[in-house]
Each structure stands twice: as structure tokens, then as C-alpha cells.
Design a protein around this ligand. Structure first.
Ligand code: GDP
Ligand code: ADP
Length: 194
């Protein structure tokens, strides 16, 4: 089996983590690609090596110099995130397909890198106002972090046309069903020739 890549990108708060978690529950052929990042771990809700590889800015810089990333971004000021080539290889070697939750620019870079082997899906919130409401209700970010995410969202919404598919996440159940269908079709299609 040739491993493939499913990329989920969206402005923060649109629901990509929720949809990716749902897909991981229903599809045993998928494995989550754990990114490296330099931000602090969120208390007891996150685990190193499960949610992210939490590394120091120095380690991150070293990995950039060693060309270990498919892509990396300073997603928020001072917070670096990147997809490691070794992580995708690890998943493919385990006989699974990689599913990624990355920001909009990162998602397009990964699509560009893996081309037909990757499906890039943009998760669109019903509105920016709804996005702000969801981030507030999620209660994981400070008011200033929420406003910087909402500000960035206005810019990120302009990139939806560059993705292979768009899912509007208004009703979560419908969005999850659409995601399941798109992923299944992509994985069942002829293997990409690369
Ligand atoms: N470019 C890029 N972005 C990533 C990567 N991993 C995570 N992200 C994005 O970084 C952003 C910040 O995530 P985070 O603060 O952990 O939480 P979130 O707001 O709940 O998604 C999200 O948009 C993630 O999708 C990566 O490897 N590369
Ligand atoms: N369709 C939806 N309607 C209402 N709330 C939602 C919906 N989808 C997700 N949420 C909630 O919105 C918040 C942001 O979702 P999350 O998956 O963390 O977004 P992202 O990973 O894109 O930042 C979470 O608290 C989640 O439970």
C-alpha cells in the first residue's frame, strides 16, 4: 500500500481538530501526524509525543538547519510549528495514511510538497463572528490570543480556493459525514504515481 496524506487546514476555532479526532475514531487506517512546536504545553490536557512534540526554540532551529521539516511556520508570534519528514515516514512505515491538522499556509505547502499523494481540505466556519464565539466557549485561550486568532482568520479565509475541497462546519455532524466521505473517496482512488 502506498501511504497518502490528508491535510485539514482552517482558521483557529473552525473545528478542524474536532473533525480530525472524529475521523481518527472511525477510520483505523489513519494516523495523526504529530507536529513539532515551541509553544508551552496546555496543562494536563496535552501530552508530549501525542498532541505535539514540544521542543525548545533551539532544537527547532537545529531541525530547520538539518532540513528535517516538510514545512514550518511561525504560526503565532514566537510560536513555531512544523511537520517533520520523519513523522510522515513513521506513519507510512506503520502501513497507515497520515492525517494532519495544520494552519492554512502550512497546509498549502504540504500539498505542494506531496502533490497528488495529498488531499488538502479547508474547514470553513459559518462566519468570523461564530469563530470568535467558539474560541471563547472553548476557553483555552486568553482574550488577546483569541483576538489575534480572529484577526488571522480574516486573512486565512482568502485561501479557501487553493484547497482541493472545502467543508463548511456549521452543523458538526454534517461536516463530519462530509469529511468521512471525502477521505474514503480519496483513499479508495488509484494510488498516485509519484
Ligand atoms: N504550519 C503548521 N501549522 C501547524 C502545525 N501543527 C499545528 N499547526 C497549526 O498551528 C495552529 C495553532 O495550534 P494550537 O495553538 O496548538 O491550537 P489550536 O488553535 O487549538 O489549533 C493551528 O492552526 C494548527 O493547525 C504544523 O506542523 N505546521
Ligand atoms: N459545528 C460546530 N458548532 C459549534 N461548535 C463547534 C462546532 N465544531 C466545533 N465546535 C467547537 O468549537 C471549538 C473549536 O473547535 P476546534 O476543533 O478546537 O477548532 P480548531 O482545531 O480549528 O482550532 C471547540 O470547542 C469545538 O468543540
Amino acid at each position: 500500500m502506498q501511504g497518502k496524506i490528508i491535510i485539514f487546514s482552517a482558521p483557529s476555532g473552525a473545528g478542524k481538530t474536532t473533525i480530525v479526532k472524529h475521523l481518527l475514531q472511525v477510520n483505523p487506517n489513519l494516523a495523526f501526524s504529530i507536529s513539532a512546536c515551541t509553544r508551552d504545553k496546555r496543562g494536563r490536557t496535552e501530552e508530549n509525543g501525542k498532541d505535539y512534540y514540544f521542543i525548545t526554540p533551539e532544537d527547532f532551529k537545529q531541525k530547520i538547519e538539518n532540513d528535517e521539516f516538510v514545512e514550518w511556520e511561525e504560526v503565532y508570534e514566537g510560536a513555531f510549528y512544523g511537520t517533520l519528514k520523519s513523522e510522515i515516514e513513521r506513519i507510512w512505515e506503520s502501513g497507515k495514511h497520515a492525517i494532519l491538522d495544520v494552519d492554512v499556509k502550512g497546509g498549502l505547502s504540504i500539498k505542494h510538497f506531496y502533490k497528488e499523494r495529498a488531499l488538502a481540505i479547508f474547514v470553513k466556519p459559518p462566519s468570523v463572528e461564530e469563530l470568535a464565539k467558539r474560541l471563547t466557549a472553548r476557553a483555552t485561550d486568553s482574550a488577546s490570543s483569541i483576538s489575534s486568532r480572529v484577526f488571522k482568520a480574516e486573512f486565512e479565509m482568502k485561501f479557501e480556493d487553493q484547497f482541493d475541497e472545502v467543508i463548511v462546519n456549521d452543523n458538526l455532524q454534517e461536516a463530519c459525514s462530509k469529511a468521512e466521505k471525502l477521505v474514503e473517496e480519496f483513499l479508495n482512488a488509484e494510488p498516485a504515481i509519484v
